[in-house]
Design a protein around this ligand. Structure first.
Ligand SMILES: Cc1ncc(C[n+]2csc(CCOP(=O)(O)OP(=O)(O)O)c2C)c(N)n1
Ligand SMILES: [Mg+2]
Length: 304
């Protein structure tokens, strides 16, 4: 979680200094990413949305190659062609980052169908936002996955915001998980800022999907602590709302509870931060020093 937080904050700072393009950070949502991804098997597949750095890093992505991709360098996960918003990493089973809101929902049933046709017991996890859950494709994807009995763990990261629109303006209910029953499948809401709660809920949900080959809708309630993208001064955000969620920062909460239980010492916590900082120093240097793709790469991996 600390690696994700620091990666995103450095990425935002690097953009502010003109050294890399802007990104959509997942600051504040680290517990959701880590809790869900930790519940998956290594051969399970992942599709995600524009806030994907957390999912990729939780899956074990190399922060150097990830930053290189953001910077458009040849050493990036997609050779520098995807940038931040379309990263895929086949070796990590991360099939897609979709920046078309709901694009990941439209493709996840197809990926799960291919798993089913091959007879495997992998499951497909599809991360999407509360905004995507208000699109028509949400209905189509969940309905089709239910009717065709496809092993998809749908994970809605409900972070209250849909770009610059609050979810109160686009939905009359608080929960998205309750929509699962409309498709005849199971759903559950969990505190998305409590990594242990997310891990427990996702472990149970993933086991159900694996055993029954039926989809499941897990909703993690969380909050986007930075702007929709960089730069974004969050001038449209209610100050009290932001403050109340800052007080529920998932990393600070975990650190406090581990310190209190004695599982972590202050020195241990500092060591984690130091290790993360060293790793990211090396990663950002690697990315910035990496070459641009060569000109003869211009028309490879694209349709013409
Ligand atoms: C089909 C489509 N419509 C609109 C946009 C512009 N857009 C990008 S992100 C976003 C908000 C998405 O909200 P949500 O699904 O809740 O994800 P979050 O950004 O909160 O993680 C919008 C409207 C887009 N990229 N794709
Ligand atoms: Mg949202």
């Amino acid at each position: 979680m600390q690696l994700i937080r620091s990666f995103e904050e450095r990425s935002a700072a690097s953009f502010a200094e003109g050294r890399s393009p802007g990104t959509c950070t997942c600051v504040g949502q680290e517990a959701s990413a880590v809790g869900v991804v930790a519940a998956l098997r290594e051969d399970d597949l992942i599709l995600t949305n524009h806030r994907s750095a957390g999912h990729l890093l939780a899956r074990g992505a190399d922060p150097g190659r990830l930053m290189a991709e953001v910077m458009g360098r040849a050493t990036g996960y997609c050779g520098g062609k995807s940038g931040t918003l379309h990263v895929s990493a086949k070796e990590l089973g991360v099939i897609l980052t979709s920046t078309i809101v709901g694009g990941e929902l439209s493709l996840a049933p197809g990926v799960a169908l291919s798993v089913s046709m091959k007879g495997g017991d992998e499951i497909v996890t599809c991360f999407f936002g509360d905004g995507a859950a208000c699109e028509g494709i949400f209905h189509e994807a969940l309905n089709l996955a239910a009717v065709w009995k496809l092993p998809v763990l749908f994970v809605c990261e409900n972070n209250e915001w849909q770009a610059f629109v609050h979810r109160r303006e686009t939905m009359l209910t608080d929960d998205i998980a309750s929509r699962a029953s409309a498709y005849g499948i199971e759903g559950r809401t969990v505190d998305g800022n409590d990594v242990e709660a997310v891990l427990a809920a996702a472990t149970e949900a993933a086991a159900k999907v694996r055993a029954t080959r039926m989809p499941f809708l897990l909703e993690t309630k969380t909050y986007r602590l930075r702007g929709h993208f960089e730069p974004d001064d969050q001038g449209y955000v209610d100050k009290a709302e932001l403050a109340s969620w800052k007080a529920r920062d998932p990393i600070a909460a975990l650190r406090a509870s581990l310190l209190e239980s004695g599982a972590l010492t202050a020195g241990g916590a500092a060591a984690i931060e130091r290790r993360v900082a060293e790793r990211l120093d090396a990663a950002f240097t690697f990315a910035a020093d990496s070459p641009w793709p060569s000109l003869d790469e211009l028309t490879t991996h694209v349709y013409a």
